[in-house]
Design a protein around this ligand. Sequence first.
Ligand code: G4P
Length: 529
Amino acid sequence: MSNAIALEAARRRTFAIISHPDAGKTTLTENLLLAGGAIRAAGAVRARGENRRTRSDWMKIERERGISVSASVMTFDHDGLMFNLLDTPGHEDFSEDTYRTLTAADAAVMVLDAAKGIEPQTLKLFEVCRLRDIPIITFINKMDREAQDAFALLDEIASKLALDPAPLFWPAGSGGRFKGMLDLRGQTFIPFNKNREEGHPAPAPIGADVVDTWLDPVERAEVEEGAMLVQEASKPFDPQSFLEGHMTPVIFGSALRHFGVDQLLATLAAYAPPPKSVKAERAGEATQVVPGDPEVSGFVFKVQANMDPNHRDRIAFFKLTSGRFTRGMKLKAQNTGKAMSVNAPIMFFASDRELAEEAYAGDVIGIPNHGVLRVGDSLSETGTLRFAGLPNFAPEILRRVRVKDPLKAKHLKRALEGLAEEGVTQLFRPNLGSDFVVGAVGQLQFEVMADRLANEYQLDVIFEAAPYTEARWLSGSRADIEDFDSKHRTAMAEDIDKAPVFLAKSAWEVNYVGERYPDLQFLRTKERG
Ligand code: G4P
């Protein structure tokens, strides 16, 4: 039986796309789904034509939960493999969610804008992937526009990311002169047709006459010379080195013009890894969870609330790490010991949600619940497994939040708790006074919060400067914490799990106090568990 489970898990390819805003992640997502046969026409993933990047539109999309949810993970069956594409919101300010989502990815596609190369957000996301040993495929997008020199782009990957770029293809020109690319291993030429209506012709062997209809002799000499030089200058693609995170295969293309996308999908199919074994703890002992293990296990990496405005339900996105899950199964949370029957698990296909009858390691299912499941929760049949390492981010900005109508204070508490459970924000309840303090990684999170409080909870709130700038979780013996607490009553708060948090006026104060309490740890983040 467990062999059959391992075989199913081996068929899964769970990946995310990382990029700097505007590099073309949404367009590429759409075209990958098209290439994988998951959707039939471009434009299905999101409404086009609007300026989505303005804040109000972005929130509107968040509000139109239907779209955003089906975009959180999309599953498609292609070429005998099950692909799970995890969507990571691209906005710079809202990256906490993105980082968490990456904890569920087994591989990543890094999209670069060919004119811009590696941008700040690309670098940040890349670092998260490296930290988690996620192998990366590079897609250099927008070749139909004037691009940087391809050699310079590869150099940038090597120098900024300390990653060996291994081009699988070599482009012929860019912008108005973009003609297609050479397949460096198959010795075929893949022509790019400028004419949108006609589509791109099939790849042809390099010597074939048909290639001459696409490339004039100068262009042909140029691309062949470039291909030769790059092959001399770079290491050949080595799948093992890719899996170990030292090498990235590079593909050139134009997501918008659906060029290079089939090659990207083929590369994912051929080289992206199936889910691997994961480190965990069972009853305090270190263990490895193997995808083929019979026990169903996994962790929650994202929670989304109010997807259906008529219900107050939340959906916890659960990545399976082992076993064969079947609908109706009972899973137990490691931290609370509570068991729940998962009767209505959801799988997300591009345009549909379906009840998941079964799922395997690598798959992501949505578990509807009333707020019991949180980001970072480990679930398994025995309830004894704990997966660690889901990053929590230190809040960078703290704000006091008040509701305009004082009669609604109780309501505010519930609403804030709801958002904190989802991981939208961090919530601190100072021991003294009745205000709430919320922490966020970026300014935009406050706007999202205000918007959701208004729309989903009918609460008009004001954010005010808080007298604190730093939040630190206390860790140490109970006696030490109690001692500290009694001497710093006015600066102490509880988080959503009632864990003690020290709110300081400055980083300097944290150091100052820290030196006086050497037995206590002042942690910038907290892991649940
Ligand atoms: P993002 O999710 O990474 O933020 O990027 P998105 O796909 O939204 O693409 C950003 C802009 O770049 C869009 O233009 C999109 O059409 C364009 N784009 C994406 N891929 C390519 C490509 O391969 N070639 C060219 N020439 N453009 C590309 P926009 O005008 O901002 O939006 P829209 O109104 O066209 O949707």
